[in-house]
Design a protein. Sequence first.
Length: 340
Amino acid sequence: MNHQALSSTVQLILTEGKGILAADESFGTIGKRFAKLEIESTPETRRSYRELLFETEGIEHYLSGVILFDETIRQNSKNDIPFPRLLMDKGIVPGIKVDKGTKPLSLFPGELITEGLDGLSQRLNEYRNLGAKFAKWRAVIKINQDLPTQYCIESNAYVLARYASLCQEAEIVPVIEPEVLMDGDHDISVCEKVTSLVLKSVFSQLYNHRVYIEGILLKPNMVLPGKQSSQKTSAQEVAEATVRTLKRVVPAALPGILFLSGGQSPQQATENLNAINGIGDTPWVLSFSFSRALQEPVMNKWKGMDQNRSSAGQVFVHRSRCNSAAVMGKYIKSMESQQI
């Protein structure tokens, strides 16, 4: 394992004031998002949409990395430039989603396990040759009256650690995403408890697998009440619960934490990220790895029409700029009306 190569990639991703665009939606996920806007999901429409994102002028000031999907890492721009090279030419690090999605966890009704370890070493080598410098694997933890079980937590933690060890062996930085879902009517204290248990198990397995902690990145959920909860929380309450949870179980040796946006609205995710960075006194860089919170306004503006590409690109730069400001704790709501 080349520690220096891993650390160099990590530091590029953690460039001050920048975060990651997660553009790694599966065929099913992007198909659903397109269908809402009556856009047909084909290899060409998906390529065209992601080209809009990647070629938008100015995003390199706010984004340090992009997570690609298997289809996308093999596609070229209309000028026949492979997408990984197009991104690298802008100083943006290309990454790749490598898990194969979730499946029901046998004998544990309602719980899920992420698949994709079979053949992963070979795929990682191929992705590295295609230009990927980092990878992502998502595990999903549900909360309800009976869930999660300890077995589900430990099973997903083991798989995340196994994935991370294979990535580092291939000199690819693993981004580790244990997502405690927002679905449910639980309050913020339940999310805090479950998130603590999940992260504790994940780092225990990472140590067991001899993973180099300075050469990984964590992509966790923020600590939030469930979507169906009647509890109302401020950005400050979310920030305090999130930072308290992380300080409890995440080692200081970890270089950076890139929050997922989960089921939050774009503005809510930005406000919460800003409040988290406003607390200060943490050993990690605290940034973002957003998908829908960056893309939803862009897709709504684009609607699959070429004449909307320029205005959609402006929306993308604006959301990226707002989140960049949040990484530095300098986001204010008035920025929402300052779109160029």
